[in-house]
Design a protein around this ligand. Structure first.
Ligand code: NAX
Length: 331
């Protein structure tokens, strides 16, 4: 039998946490044959709710779940974890300045970076979900210098999956037949959902999405804004932000990272830029990646047309500004 893997979920008493922990305990994230021990962290005001989630995990009697740590102590939460999914953060409230929200999250991610660096298992893989996701991940990277930059990522898989979903709906094809969309840049409304290299499986082989949709106006307009604004549309409909889709996408992100992407398929992940595609190095930016043996690699050599170039640059500019704002909160 396999040794259990320890998975940390921060913000585990929140909405996404509530959807995510049962998925992990069922093997959706790491496989149906992989036992897990869940570490759940939240802050003292949420301690009782967190305890309630732990009670429900016990009550669900998940066969793969070999233990649950529910705590408000960062050190206890981080000790020995192999995977860390960072969902906890300070939300933007009405009337709050961007700088104030940034400053709260910088403080949280700085201190959790130090705890992970000291107490997590060697080679711990980190996924930041909490917004501003890319910049929180960057702060985490800066304050956990002994964790390899290859091990620190942020979630743009939800946006990627939203793009697959929109193409699937438009063409009335199963979403599993659509692949290789790309989310470039920030997990924000400046992200660029790109279908220029995406394909659909048909009885006659793989066909480009552009050819099948045959409507550039829709693909360059409404499709992009729908994906960019989907989070807001969910809030409007549910009066709550995306939770089940965010949790499911977080599982997809970690599963593909650990177990590998299928041959011929790439996914989108926010990763540390090495300057690929002329994206400034030193940002956490969403790229198309393939994964093998627990490592991601940016897909190289995709042609970028003029329209795309502008959109890649625009979202990079926003991330550079966020980075500057985050640094200004440190001093
Ligand atoms: P909730 O407010 O329901 O849950 C957040 C939880 O984090 C709360 O229980 C809170 O007590 C806890 N928390 C706050 N500070 C903490 C700290 N220092 N340490 C540990 N826990 C702490 O929000 P939810 O809807 O679950 O969303 C969580 C985060 O995901 C938000 O930042 C949200 O913006 C972000 N999202 C990111 C997405 C992505 O694709 N990257 C999509 C979904 C989501 O909007």
């Amino acid at each position: 039998a396999k040794e259990p893997v320890r998975v940390l979920v921060t913000g585990a008493a929140g909405q996404i946490g509530y959807a995510l922990v049962p998925m992990i305990a069922r093997g959706v994230m790491l496989g149906r044959d992989q036992p897990v021990i869940l570490h759940m962290l939240d802050i003292p005001p949420a301690a009782e709710a967190l305890h309630g989630v732990k009670m429900e995990l016990v009550d669900a009697a998940f066969p793969l779940l070999k233990g649950v740590v529910a705590t408000t102590d960062v050190v206890e939460a981080c000790t020995g974890v192999n995977i860390a999914v960072m969902v906890g953060g300070f939300p933007r409230k009405e009337g709050m300045e961007r700088k104030d929200v940034m400053s709260k999250n910088v403080a949280i991610y700085k201190s959790q970076a130090s705890a992970l660096e000291k107490y997590a298992a060697a080679n711990c893989k980190v996924l930041v979900v909490a917004n501003p996701a890319n910049t929180n991940a960057l702060i985490l990277k800066e304050f956990a210098p002994s964790i390899s930059e290859k091990n620190i990522t942020c979630l743009t898989r939800l946006d990627h999956n939203r793009a697959l979903g929109q193409v699937s709906e438009r063409l009335s094809v199963p979403v599993s037949d659509v692949k290789n969309v790309i989310i470039w840049g920030n997990h924000s409304s400046t992200q660029y959902p790109d279908v220029n290299h995406a394909t659909v499986k048909t009885p006659a082989g793989e066909k480009p999405v552009r050819v099948l949709v045959a409507n550039d106006e829709w693909l360059n307009g409404e499709f992009i804004t729908t994906v960019q604004q989907r989070g807001a549309a969910i809030i409007k409909a549910r009066k709550l932000s995306s939770a089940l889709s965010a949790a499911s996408s977080a599982c997809d992100h970690i599963r593909d990272w650990v177990l590998g992407t299928p041959e011929g398929t790439w996914v989108s992940m926010g990763v540390y830029s090495d300057g690929s595609y002329n994206v400034p190095a030193g940002l956490i930016y969403s790229f198309p990646v393939t994964c093998c043996n627990g490592e991601w690699t940016i897909v190289q050599g995709l042609p970028i047309d003029e329209l795309s170039r502008k959109k890649l640059d625009l979202t990079a500019e926003e991330l550079s500004e966020e980075k500057a704002l985050a640094y200004s909160c440190l001093s």
